[in-house]
Design a protein around this ligand. Structure first.
Ligand SMILES: [Mg+2]
Length: 303
């Protein structure tokens, strides 16, 4: 695929510091390295065909118009509260828990099926940034893990990966809300701790779960896998919100390079983004910059 010149859409506040970090990560080698990524608006595009792209939560049609409308009503009620500047964090956390649990209950009550997830994804306008598949492939070759942290729905994200990238990657793991289906493929419960927009970064590493099969079976490797991931103390972090920087909180990292995708409100937010992230990409840029960076860390030797 053609890789366009990204320089006009790239902002690096401290190029020298970035070079130093690059050297540290390269010298420590691929066995010390991992990638931690947000999903919506980071791996996926913010705009698709000129329109706002859909989120992993937003695409879900559960095949029952009443219940879709009930979830939409919850969104109308809680979404403004999420962004309210006057509600204290503690209170907001309780509200977000309320929103997520009510939404999950509606998905169960309304009889969500795995087939409805598949249909929702195939009818959606969700799309990965160009270069995401190539980035995952490169990292898979080097046996470097990718952790995707999301307050969305694990099973939807997995289906998006399957349908939009046409394959799965053994190095990619998702930390998100996981569903349990019965033998008829009907949702019966959610597994583990509720992950909402305000707690997705707490304990996220401990919740890192291997990609499970579609009936939610565990493969029992969880504990060892997580210990292994915690030893990888050099990190490339990908996010589109300031809060995403906290995704590496559960890790005592040595060197971290952060990439921020600034999708909207560019004039207002650029100052804070350029101070917070090592690299900022503007205007819904593709993922080629991240791929180039990891290729610099760990070049593939010419034979
Ligand atoms: Mg996001």
């Amino acid at each position: 695929m053609e890789q366009p010149d990204l320089s006009a859409n790239t902002v690096i506040d401290q190029p020298r510091a970035l070079t130093d970090k690059t050297t540290l990560i390269r010298d420590a080698g691929p066995s010390k390295f991992q990638v931690i990524a947000d999903f919506d608006g980071t791996l996926t595009r913010y705009r698709v065909n000129g329109l706002r792209g859909q989120s992993s939560h937003g695409i879900l049609q559960q095949g029952n118009a009443d219940f879709d409308a009930k979830r939409e009503a919850l969104y109308e009620h809680y979404h403004p509260l999420e962004f309210s500047p006057v509600i204290p964090l503690e209170e907001k956390t309780i509200l977000m828990e309320e929103w997520w649990s009510k939404t999950h209950d509606l998905l169960i009550e309304g009889g969500l099926t795995y087939d409805a997830i598949k249909d929702s994804v195939s009818n959606s306008s969700i799309a990965f940034r160009d270069g995401v598949a190539e980035l995952f492939e490169f990292l898979e070759e080097k046996e470097i893990p990718v952790l995707i942290f999301s307050a969305g729905l694990d099973d939807v994200i997995e289906e998006v990966l399957r349908q939009k990238l046409h394959r799965t990657f053994k190095n990619v793991k998702i930390v998100s809300n996981r569903m349990v289906f019965d033998n008829d493929g009907r949702l019966v419960s959610f597994k583990g701790k509720l992950i909402h927009v305000l707690n997705k970064n707490e304990h996220a590493l401990d919740m890192a779960a291997p990609l499970h099969d579609r009936l939610g079976a565990d493969n029992g490797e969880k504990v060892e896998e997580n210990a292994y991931v915690k030893q990888r103390t050099n990190v490339l972090l990908l996010g589109d919100h300031m809060g995403d920087l906290r995704m590496s909180d559960g890790l005592n990292y040595e060197t971290r390079i952060s990439i921020g995708f600034l999708n909207d409100n560019i004039e207002k937010s650029l100052e804070s983004y350029r101070k917070a992230f090592d690299i900022v990409y503007l205007n819904d840029a593709p993922m080629w910059g991240a791929l180039e960076l990891v290729s610099q860390f760990f070049p593939t030797e010419e034979s």
